[in-house]
Design a protein around this ligand. Structure first.
Ligand SMILES: *Cc1c(COP(=O)(O)O)cnc(C)c1O
Length: 365
């Protein structure tokens, strides 16, 4: 059997008629960027998260970069971020000239809230929180720290559409909830797209201007903006997928429970669930000391897996100038050597998953 780590056309086929109807509606409308579909999607996504405003953008990275910029965080400022996140989170900081200050992750792969206060300085302006792999970070503690030290919270929700902490949705804790709708995300478009959700009217307004060359009224440029507009096609297709997101997330949760029950090989450490957190399993990430050999054996059996992520940002070539070296963040570095993301996607059949479980359980070093 051949098992890919992700198969995107199955979710398309599931709602094919609805997607095609939405696409035709846009094609026939004669309006293709920032129009009615974007407005509708923004309203629907704001409502889904429980926030007042949503601003549709070009990508998740833009959501991060623009959030930092709209908060006037830049050169000379420090932003705290977990060391094992995806590079885009860190780029959101460094693209503004600010300095990322890394913190080790906890055993749920999110920022270790107990290690945040020790790196706060008088230059610290914000904490960037990534709800990695679909599980919410320890938001009660993090919000207490932010309040005490008057720091902004920017949430990277690129992997956590619909994930909650204590019943409250990720993206609704800080001033800015940053989402990516890259095709592989739980709420994925059919191209690039992203958004910010917020309750702050002025912040939302600034992002709206920024995404469209800094103007509210055409050719009246109030700030130096960029082009990060969401197009009508992606917005229309996202509206279809959003209307099914709860069932899609439930399917992943069901698949994750089957992995939890089915995998009995003691060489693997299964993902831990935080008290109060509800994961939407964007990824199902196991740890294994002999990760590379496990990955190879699975590959030989036709099972594709991924590593999120093999090189932590502090050791990436592009961040050489930050002056970090191997050994600076040992937990992060050990995760980079041990994590493996198993296939989990919309439309994965139980037969496919049972095959993966079987091959994992017979694995020996
Ligand atoms: C995908 C992702 C991003 C970037 O989103 P794009 O839409 O690809 O720009 C940022 N952060 C995390 C954690 C992601 O997984």
């Amino acid at each position: 059997m051949q098992i890919k780590c992700n198969v995107l056309d199955r979710q398309f086929q599931m709602y094919q008629a609805e997607y095609e109807q939405a696409a035709l509606r846009v094609l026939r409308s004669g309006w293709y960027v920032l129009g009615n579909e974007v407005c509708q999607f923004e309203e629907e996504f704001a409502q889904f998260t429980g926030r007042k405003y949503c601003v549709g953008l070009n990508s998740g990275l833009d959501a991060l970069i623009m959030s930092v910029r709209a908060l006037n965080i830049g050169r000379g400022d420090e932003v705290i971020v977990q060391a094992n996140t995806y590079i885009a989170t860190v780029l959101g900081i460094t693209e503004n000239g600010a300095t990322p200050v890394f913190v080790e992750p906890d055993e749920c792969f999110n920022i270790d809230a107990n290690k945040i206060e020790q790196v706060i300085t008088d230059k610290t302006k914000a904490i960037m929180v990534t709800h990695l792999y679909g599980q919410a970070s320890e938001m009660t503690k993090i919000m207490d720290i932010a309040k005490k030290h008057q720091l902004q919270i920017i949430e990277d929700c690129a992997q956590s559409h619909g994930a909650c902490f204590d019943g409250k949705m990720t993206g609704t804790f800080g001033i800015s909830g940053c989402f990516s709708f890259y095709p592989t995300k739980n709420l994925g478009a059919f191209g690039d797209a992203g958004a910010v959700v917020t309750d702050d009217e002025i912040f939302a307004e600034k992002l709206r201007m920024m995404r469209n060359y800094g103007s509210k009224v055409k050719y009246h440029n109030e700030i130096a903006g960029i082009n990060s507009r969401l197009d009508e096609m992606q917005a229309a297709l996202l509206r279809v997928k959003l209307s099914h997101l709860r069932e899609l997330n439930n399917e992943r949760k069901m698949l994750a429970q089957r992995y939890n029950k089915g995998i009995t090989n003691p060489l693997l450490i299964l993902p831990k669930v935080r008290d109060g957190a509800e994961s939407i399993y964007h990824q199902y990430v196991v740890r294994c000391i002999s990760r590379d050999s496990l990955q190879k054996v699975l590959e030989q059996n036709g099972i594709q897996t991924q590593i999120h992520y093999p090189i932590p940002p502090h050791l990436a070539k592009c961040y050489h100038f930050l002056g970090h070296k191997k050994g600076d963040y040992p937990i992060t570095e050990s995760y980079a050597d041990e994590v493996l993301s198993l296939p989990i996607y919309t439309g994965m059949t139980l037969e496919e998953q049972d095959y993966v479980i079987e091959k994992i359980n017979v694995y020996r070093t």
